[in-house]
Write a protein that binds this ligand. Structure first.
Ligand code: C2O
Length: 542
């Protein structure tokens, strides 16, 4: 194994998109940012220097951070932000990890422009479990706003209302020809007729789940969230923000140009989103610039059945390594949006949610509030007063289950507000049933867990019913982000073998801001390899 060094400079970079120029925050001036390349079991060291006036942190999404919780990156959970002019060095080992993952900023909405791919190759001499592709390409989906995204988050939260849709969607930083002023701002992949390509797909969007499709070409999915799956063929694939997939595509059509399109999956009602898809081109060698571009067929924006069939097709290729068959810690966690009463003296400005209230989100009716110090530091140094260890393992109230009618908002939709954590003993075998709910709308929520991948052992429609729920304990997919089906549930399992403070939250960033979050503290075990080490010396202070 080797050590890979990267130098990340958080910078302000001038960029022109859709005919408008503005400064955005980037890493090393790049959009998307630099690719972190490594091999399984490599050590990765990334020195991050913040040259902007904003607060910054970087999260290595899907990296397990075995015994390196300090390098995980979520602001106010495992670290204080890296302030203007400061440097922090992230260090971690990719223990038994391979495939495609992503990194992104984890503070405010900076992730909108601060993101990039992590590509982990198998160890030297270990082949892929599919025919070796002729070439590989990375495709990262994102959203783009003309406004300063840090200010935008502040404004949206202060207003109590819903966020505006993005001004554009991007593929590798390019919106494609369907947007104003963008006929030349198109990402292209050139392919040789007859060859097979591996596409590493990453959804880095802030607030939307996305469909991906290529005109006339099937996608063979071979990996999801950095773990091999039994190959399956689809015309269209949904990726939630934070999810990644490797797909094989064979250039077996007539020589020409084919669109690769990214457009929104929106399972919630009455939500506004950008309707123009991002488009990139798959261009066959020999195609002329005048060759017509065949448009890609995206599903209907609310095609829930397609999303469920994508999900059902995900089966782990290898037998599960550490899937708990017995459970000793069981949680039932509702995820959803609600409305809080708004007591502002400026109701017109501040109370723009439904019924003149304020949008909020909760897990088990608890709306998570980020502390103003690092929770990990508070836990480690035993500093009182920043959190309580009483996150409820079952919902506190009954009304907001799926069948609570979203169109008939109850008078009392208040959630409790607090920084409650759930404590797990080292080695606990954990099951979490995630149940979509909501007093405002039902919606597919992509729930992401830090520090672990988990087995998705089941999912279904409606309220979870232990008597009828079917579980897959044979070949469940091993993922780090799971879209809980709209109006349905998903069941995940993992062994709590990584001590630390781990964030679990909806990967739609607006929902994270609204409090659809939970923190697990996983206690130390007995041995040295079961104990969280001391914090690094350059840990930023709040
Ligand atoms: Cu990819 Cu906590 O996020």
């Amino acid at each position: 194994t080797s050590t890979r060094f990267y130098d990340f400079k958080v910078q302000k970079t001038r960029i022109t998109k859709l005919c408008k120029s503005k400064d955005i925050v980037t890493i090393n001036g790049m959009l998307p940012g630099p690719v972190v390349y490594a091999q399984e079991d490599d050590r990765v060291i990334v020195k991050v220097t913040n040259e902007t006036p904003y607060n910054a942190t970087i999260h290595w999404h899907g990296v397990r951070q075995m015994l390196t919780c300090w390098s995980d990156g979520p602001s106010y959970i495992t670290q204080c932000p890296i302030q203007a002019g400061q440097t922090f060095t992230y260090e971690f080992t990719l223990v038994k990890q391979k495939g495609t993952l992503l990194w992104h900023a984890h503070v405010s909405w900076l992730r909108a422009t601060v993101y990039g791919a992590i590509v982990i190759y198998p160890k030297t001499g270990v082949p892929y479990p599919f025919p070796y592709p002729y070439e590989e390409h990375i495709l990262i989906f994102a959203e783009y706003w003309h406004k300063d995204v840090v200010k935008l988050e502040r404004q949206v939260i202060a207003s109590g209302g819903a966020p505006p849709p993005a001004d554009a969607y991007l593929i590798n930083g390019h919106p494609g020809p369907l947007y104003n002023c963008s006929s030349n701002d198109v990402y292209k992949i050139e392919v040789v007729p007859g060859k097979t390509y591996l596409l590493r797909l990453i959804n880095a969007a802030l607030n939307v789940e996305q469909f991906f499709a290529i005109a006339g070409h099937k996608l063979t999915v071979v990996e999801a969230d950095g773990d091999y799956v039994k190959p399956f063929r689809v015309d269209q694939l949904m990726l939630a923000p934070g999810q990644t997939a490797n797909v094989l595509v064979t250039a077996n059509k007539a020589i020409g140009r084919y669109s690769m399109a990214v457009g929104t999956y929106m399972s919630a009602r009455n939500v506004s989103f950008q309707k123009v898809p991002a488009v990139a081109h798959l261009q066959y060698l020999g195609a002329t610039p005048s060759s017509l571009t065949l448009p890609a067929q995206l599903p209907r924006f609310n095609d829930n059945l397609l999303v469920k069939s994508n999900m059902a097709a995900m089966r782990s290729l290898n037998a599960p390594r550490n899937l708990p068959l017995e459970i000793d810690t069981s949680l039932f966690v509702t995820v959803g949006l609600n409305v809080q009463k708004c007591n502002s003296t400026k109701p017109k400005k501040r109370c723009q949610g439904p019924n003149n209230g304020t949008f909020a989100a909760s897990m088990n009716n608890v709306t998570f509030v980020k502390p103003n110090i690092s929770l990990l530091q508070a836990y480690y140094d035993k500093i009182d007063g920043h959190y309580t260890e009483d996150f409820p393992g079952v919902p506190l109230r009954k009304y907001d289950f799926v069948n609570g009618a979203p169109n008939n908002i109850p008078n009392d939709t208040q959630s409790l507000v607090g920084t409650r954590v759930f404590v797990l003993d080292y080695g606990s075998r954990v099951q979490v049933i995630l149940q979509d709910t909501g007093t405002v709308t039902l919606e597919n929520h992509p729930i992401h867990l830090h520090g672990y991948s988990f087995y998705v052992v089941g999912f279904g429609t409606g309220n979870y019913n232990p008597m009828t729920a079917a579980f897959n304990l044979v070949d469940p997919p091993y993922m780090n982000t799971i879209g809980v089906p709209v109006g349905g549930w998903a069941a995940i399992r993992f062994v709590a073998d990584n001590p630390g403070v781990w964030f679990m939250h909806c990967h739609l960033d607006i929902h994270q801001s609204w409090g659809l979050d939970l923190v697990f503290i996983v206690k130390n075990g007995e041995g040295e390899l079961e104990t969280l080490p001391h914090p690094p010396a350059d840990m930023p202070q709040c």
